[in-house]
Design a binder for this molecule. Structure first.
Ligand SMILES: [Zn+2]
Length: 541
């Protein structure tokens, strides 16, 4: 939906001093510790679940490689979703497709009764990040094509492995509970999760487990890290004219875009240090001799809490209106995505972390370390290799000390149901992120081992939540009485906003046919590396 912004000089009243999440004012940190082990039967079944995951190593590797080879951008995850739902369907899950008006969104359920456990992870990738896996320098599979330059190919395969391992045990032990798997569509656009919530995906959910690729196994709770954001495209409309013959008859929409960018960059000096904001010009006109009659600029406005994100968005709207006034053009805006700052659940993180301590990091071999050091050297980063020590259980950070950072729309989910994100070690430390370099490990033994370790933790945590109802109660106690006591979820999307499902359509149209030649065929090749004929690792000498 397009919102017409008032072109007149309406004074903007900013919300002042309404930050709902105050710091703890120097109070000592809240104590946190891994959840103690459960009764012997629970611990025995957790051990069995981990062994099941280990036994599924080959299937896990195939899923990770398969999704890597599809390499689809946000809202265009058609092959990925078709494949993942078919794996789940074959294993007895009931699938609901095209959920929330998003063609590539779905959810898969199995089991019955309480608790309902949502298990999610992202599936989309990064523009122009095509890269041969296992090669420690820039070497695209298809130059210019998208690629998994974040590692979102491995999260749902991790969850599927964990769910299938747990399902086997649930069937035999006749454990009540419902597993609800779902994909984070278009996470790189923070484009879908607020809509999944609006459509009711989490209404019956008791707890939510998420997984995100990283370079270590980890979990944390509380807020006080990263940002949330509103993603907005401003479109200016002017009047075309011959740029040389009668330029005075034209009104340039591109001028408005440029003035907006200049104004924003001056204003930036006087914004809070926590903010992150960036833009790309999505339409800069047709050709120089035609005064651009329309032009668009796309902004991400990031801040550390709801009120400040709203303020930043309002400043953007004001500057857009001012640019329209200066150029005698009109401006409309459309929300393309949004994300709440994340706040993870204390009980869930403590429970997950106990399982992280049990599982530990994978045993990397010399080839894995050679690939890691090779790319670190290539990028002139410290050659630390791969993670060999677990980090601490993170938690209770003071929001006042949060200096900003990236966002993830799992933040929205974390404000409607107790949620925790499992970080799993399927990637290499010291990489730039959103870059071809982040793709090189993503279909190699590093990712395969990291996903197996993560799936063990996820499976064990699911068993804990199925069999220890007091943990679910404690999670809700934290959610109701601590997290949401003074701050309630108000979506950034309005009732008329719709998911931007046509994003990235043209890019996939351009590359899809060529990409198909590189889809992984597990019936012919043991691994994707083998299919591509890549020696592992390939490191510059
Ligand atoms: Zn991500």
């Amino acid at each position: 939906m397009k919102t017409v912004l008032a072109a007149a000089g309406v004074a903007l009243v900013l919300a002042v001093g309404v930050s709902a999440q105050r710091g703890r004012g120097g109070q000592p940190p809240v104590p946190t510790a891994p959840t103690p082990p459960g009764p012997p039967r629970v611990e025995a079944l957790k051990k069995e679940a981990a062994a099941e995951v280990e036994a599924m190593r080959v299937q896990t590797q195939q899923m990770v490689d398969q999704v890597f080879s599809f390499a689809e951008l946000g809202f265009q995850e058609f092959e990925t979703s078709k494949y993942l739902t078919s794996v789940l369907e074959k294993n007895g899950f009931k699938i609901e497709r095209s959920y929330a008006g998003i063609p590539t969104a779905w959810f898969a359920t199995w089991g019955s009764g309480k608790p309902v456990i949502a298990i999610g992870s992202d599936i989309d990738d990064i523009p122009q990040a095509s890269q041969k896996p296992g090669v420690a320098y820039h070497d695209p599979i298809i130059a210019g094509a998208p690629g998994h330059g974040e590692g979102h190919n491995s999260g749902v395969p991790l969850n599927v492995t964990a769910a299938l391992a747990v399902k086997k045990i649930m069937e035999r032990e006749k454990l009540p509970g419902t597993l609800k798997l779902w994909p984070g569509v278009a996470e790189e656009l923070v484009g879908a999760k607020a809509y999944l919530i609006r459509a009711g995906l989490f209404r019956d959910v008791d707890v939510s487990l998420f997984a995100h690729v990283g370079s270590n196994l980890g979990a944390g709770w509380g807020g006080g890290f990263g940002t949330g954001l509103v993603s907005v495209e401003y479109t200016f409309k002017g009047e075309s004219a011959h740029s040389a013959a009668q330029p005075w008859r034209g009104r340039s929409a591109l001028d408005a875009v440029e003035l907006m960018d200049i104004a924003w960059n001056f204003r930036r000096e006087h914004l809070r240090l926590q903010q992150r904001s960036h833009d790309v010009i999505t339409n800069g006109g047709d050709q120089p001799n035609v005064v651009p009659q329309n032009a668009s600029v796309w902004y991400y406005f990031r801040e550390t809490d709801y009120e400040h994100i709203k303020e930043l968005h309002e400043i953007g709207d004001t500057i857009a209106r001012a640019a329209a006034m200066m150029t005698n053009t009109e401006v409309t805006s459309r929300i393309l995505g949004s994300a709440w700052p994340q706040h993870m659940n204390k009980t869930l993180a403590e429970t997950m972390y106990a399982n992280i301590l049990t599982v530990g990091l994978p045993a990397w071999d010399a080839d894995d370390i050679a690939l890691a050091k090779g790319i670190q050297k290539e990028l002139k980063q410290p050659q630390v290799g791969l993670a060999t020590e677990l980090g601490p259980l993170r938690g209770g950070r003071d929001p006042e000390e949060n200096m900003g950072g990236p966002s993830d729309d799992i933040g929205d989910v974390s404000w409607v149901v107790p949620t925790v994100t499992l970080g799993y070690p399927a990637n290499i430390p010291n990489l730039p992120g959103h870059n071809w370099a982040n793709a090189i490990a993503s279909a190699t033994p590093i990712a395969h081992k990291g996903v197996t370790a993560g799936a063990k933790v996820q499976a064990m945590t699911i068993i804990d939540l199925l069999m220890r109802p007091e943990l679910v109660t404690a999670a809700w106690d934290y959610f109701r009485n601590v997290q949401t006591k003074d701050q309630k979820y108000i979506p950034f999307i309005g009732p008329n906003d719709q998911p931007a499902i046509n994003m990235n359509e043209k890019i996939l149209e351009k590359y899809r046919e060529e990409m198909k030649q590189y889809y992984y065929d597990p019936t012919k090749y043991k691994t994707y590396l083998e299919q591509l004929g890549i020696k592992y690792p390939t490191v510059r000498q």
